[in-house]
Design a protein around this ligand. Structure first.
Ligand code: PEP
Ligand code: MN
Length: 337
């Protein structure tokens, strides 16, 4: 349920409400809007005596959240969540572009790609050091060595780093190097992992499970939020389909659908969403037109040599061209790039 309080309520009254909630063994999540203070109550709501809470000074309304996800819902928080990392914002007016190879392959290549995507206007460098691969004999990433190369690329370019974490045991290590931790499609319902990244103070990029419904996607986000981490960025990356001309079907429907029911930012991954580099430019533009807050794109200095996902990886030159083409699309929908 949510408890709505007047924005001018004295601090001690807010603390009092939170204490009443916590004394019953429930969790209280405070959110300060411009005019109202919202306290999200998570747990067995039957323990809360609504009439008593309503009697406390400053409390205006006590109401149930009807959606299965609570903290992720617009009922809990009306304003869009804007995540700020240094001078980059995700979820505001600016379109955030994350670009880089599927996997970190070696130091020289990641540096070359980082410099090129930075020059073209990307703000965030992507690259997997821990790679989830379909088969056990494929390249699984360089591990910590790869994280070190990413950190060096950040030092040299000023780009922020987004990279995947696959295992609860490496959350601390990945968080030491990364600015944003990525949860991949296969781990969207890995609940211990979601809880673990919910305990850290770094943004999490949560990719939609390739099978996940909208509710399942937001409930996965809820796991992270409920542990205290409010910095969740959703990512549509395509869903499994009967169609066979693409790797996945990129479900752009979910962008406006999510915006309606959730305050969380959502970006799109047209590389995995299509599996085809020739479709990436059009689907990047379509994503921004549909209201996405950003893009994550696989880009390589020489895609022919990419160790993984070469088919869906665009070259640094193609990326630079695309960035120029995206600008007027962003402006047409009131965004900046
Ligand atoms: C990736 O971004 O490299 C990746 C493995 O993506 P996904 O989890 O969406 O397949
Ligand atoms: Mn990939």
């Amino acid at each position: 349920m949510i408890i709505v309080m007047d924005g001018k309520t004295p601090e001690e009254k807010i603390k009092h409400v939170i204490k009443r909630v916590e004394d019953e063994g429930l969790k209280a999540h405070l959110s300060r809007g411009t005019e109202k203070i919202i306290i999200g109550v998570i747990g067995d709501e039957r323990k809360i005596k609504i009439d008593q809470i309503k009697a406390i000074e400053g409390v205006e309304q006590v109401m149930p959240i009807l959606k299965p996800y609570k903290l992720a819902s617009r009922e809990f928080k009306k304003e869009d969540t804007i995540i700020e990392i240094d001078d980059v914002t995700i979820g505001g007016k600016e379109i955030a572009v994350m670009a880089g190879p599927c996997a970190v392959e070696d130091e020289e290549r990641i540096l070359e790609t980082a410099k090129a995507v930075k020059k073209a206007g990307a703000k965030i460098l992507r690259g997997g050091a821990y790679k989830p691969r379909t088969g056990p004999y494929a390249f699984h990433g360089l591990g910590e060595e790869g994280l070190r190369y990413l950190a060096r690329a950040r030092e040299q370019t000023g780009l922020l780093i987004v990279t995947e974490v696959m295992d609860t045991r490496t959350v601390g290590l990945v968080a030491k190097y990364a600015d944003i931790l990525q949860i991949g499609t296969r781990n969207m319902q890995n609940y211990p992992l979601l809880r673990e990244v919910g305990k850290i103070d770094k943004p999490v990029l949560l990719k939609r499970g390739m099978w996940a419904t909208l509710d399942e996607f937001l409930l996965a986000a809820e796991y992270i939020l409920s542990e205290g981490n409010r910095k969740v960025i959703l990512c549509e990356r395509g869903i499994r389909t009967f169609s066979n001309f693409t790797r996945n079907t990129l479900d752009l429907n979910i962008i406006p659908a999510i915006k309606k029911v959730s305050h969380l930012p959502i970006i799109v991954d047209p590389s995995h969403g299509t599996g085809r580099k020739d479709l990436v430019p059009a689907m990047s533009k379509a994503s921004i037109a549909a209201g996405a807050d950003g893009l994550i794109l696989e880009v390589h200095k020489n895609p022919e040599l990419a160790v993984s996902d070469a088919d869906q990886t665009i070259s640094t030159e193609e990326f630079a061209k695309l960035m120029k083409e995206l600008k007027p699309v962003a402006e047409a929908v009131g965004r900046t790039l």
